[in-house]
Design a protein. Structure first.
Length: 147
């Protein structure tokens, strides 16, 4: 997993509208990059809505919020439209960023082990360097963890 002090990669991905995005293009802004397991599931919805409900706080502090999962563009678009998110959702179907950031791994749910996205948030500074990594995400109070 990438750590505090690491630089973000120069990798092109697409958002819910199939627009090309690259994290290096956000230099000059702080970025909240949150990886979530699956669009429209209860925990992911709580986390994404908590961040969206506080978007003005983030914007006033020069933050760009970006969500990312391995969901398809279509599923990300549906999630985005259903909740009216004011930030992009990256559809990383080939897991390029997910693997680069090191958030794909073994998980347990109801006694069963499987592989998936480990819910993690990276706080990236204006120079494109990771300032913080949050691995114990509180989905309903994530904004407070970040700010």
């Amino acid at each position: 997993m990438l750590q505090k002090g690491d630089k973000v990669p120069n990798i092109e991905v697409v958002d819910q509208d199939n627009n090309s995005l690259n994290l290096v293009n956000f230099k000059g802004k702080k970025v909240v990059l949150f990886f979530y397991p699956k669009a429209s599931t209860p925990g992911c919805t709580a986390e994404a809505c908590n961040l969206n409900d506080n978007i003005e706080r983030f914007q006033s502090l020069n933050y760009q919020v970006i969500g990312i999962s391995a969901d398809s563009v279509k599923r990300q678009k549906s999630f985005h439209e259903k909740y009216g998110f004011n930030y992009p959702l990256i559809a990383d179907e080939n897991k390029e960023l997910i693997n680069y950031f090191g958030v794909w791994g073994k998980k347990k749910f109801m006694g069963k082990e499987y592989e998936g996205i480990i819910r993690t948030t990276f706080i990236i500074n204006e120079e494109g360097v990771i300032d913080d990594v949050i691995t114990d995400v509180k989905t309903k109070a994530h904004t407070d963890q970040i700010l």
